[in-house]
Design a protein around this ligand. Structure first.
Ligand SMILES: C[S@@+](CC[C@H](N)C(=O)[O-])C[C@H]1O[C@@H](n2cnc3c(N)ncnc32)[C@H](O)[C@@H]1O
Length: 289
């Protein structure tokens, strides 16, 4: 029993040293990520490596930038899909897009966009609503590797089966195949979908506000953060949203009982849709309370 407690403490200390080494060498701060998540990812990496323990891995990573890139990918779970949670996207189409119709310009930020599927789903929905030419989408992530995939907009044909199913469930009005060309084992998305999307590197832990947005989507990102970091990032969103702007979180995330809860009205707790209240920006650009 004594040994187990001792081992647990040692692992905690070694994990903290590992995180600090990465911060000092590469400037990425994982100290407020869920410790259980980070420990699991380090253990997985140890199994794949020929290192005997965390300290050896820490020593290796400060000498080897390519290993750091792999560890960055380990830490940033990048699983995503087009029209992920189709019922949420259906709600977006039916309930939120009609509100956006009154805006002369629509600025949207996808924070933690992974390989771009979420931003392209938004582009399709806005296109089908006839709003695409009025919108500017910023899609950001701190992982350069997934961002380059996002910019390319090329996905495995295998995944396209799921994406087509999701698109149909989300209330898509055309054939999903209208949005890509199949080539060998890949689907190349229609380049028109990229016309109003800017993909950029942005770290939610260290970088600042992204300007005044009508809508921020940050789904399935905060779940990997400790409460303290969730609160910091939520404040970043408050500062990046126009009054009346929407914040969308993932199905397992919430603003309920958070430090920014009173800045928002809950539009749908089921779909994790929140609206920054206070001064509402009207369609004509006027402000009202
Ligand atoms: C599970 S994916 C979510 C993708 C998409 N939002 C979705 O719901 O399908 C989480 C993404 O958050 C990104 N991420 C994690 N920490 C981040 C940070 N500090 N700054 C920016 N992006 C981050 C990861 O690189 C990853 O691509």
């Amino acid at each position: 029993m004594m040994t187990e407690v001792q081992l647990k403490n040692d692992e905690d200390i070694e994990t903290a040293v590992f995180i600090e080494a990465i911060k000092l060498k590469y400037g990425y701060n994982f100290s407020e990520y869920s410790r259980d998540h980070i420990k699991r990812r380090i253990q997985n990496r140890l199994v794949k490596s020929d290192c005997n323990n965390i300290m050896e891995l820490a020593h290796r990573v400060i000498k080897d930038e390519s290993l750091f890139e792999e560890i960055l990918s380990d830490f940033s779970i990048t699983v995503t899909e087009m029209f992920r949670d189709p019922a949420f996207f259906k709600y977006l189409r039916n309930e939120i897009v009609p509100v956006l119709e009154s805006y002369p310009q629509i600025k949207i930020w996808h924070a933690g966009c992974s390989s771009g599927e979420e931003a392209y789903s938004m582009a399709i929905i806005l296109k089908e609503a006839g709003l695409y030419d009025r919108c500017q989408i910023y899609a950001t992530d701190f992982n350069r590797c997934v961002l380059s995939k996002a910019k390319a907009g090329i996905y495995d044909l295998e995944s396209i089966k799921t994406y087509t199913h999701n698109y149909n469930l989300s209330g898509g009005i055309y054939s999903f195949s209208d949005y890509y060309i199949a080539k060998y084992k890949h689907a190349i998305l229609d380049s028109d979908l990229k016309r109003h999307i800017v993909f950029a590197e942005h770290n939610l832990v260290t970088d600042g506000s992204f300007g005044e947005m009508n809508l921020i989507m940050c789904r399935n990102v905060l779940i990997y953060f400790e409460k303290s970091l969730q609160n910091k990032v939520n404040h970043l969103f408050v500062n990046s949203l126009l009054k009346g702007g929407y914040l969308f979180l993932g199905s397992k995330e919430t603003l309920a009982h958070s430090a920014v809860e009173n800045h928002f009205e809950t539009v749908s707790e089921a779909f994790k849709v929140y609206r920054h209240h206070g001064q509402i920006i009207m369609g004509n650009g006027e402000k009202s309370c």
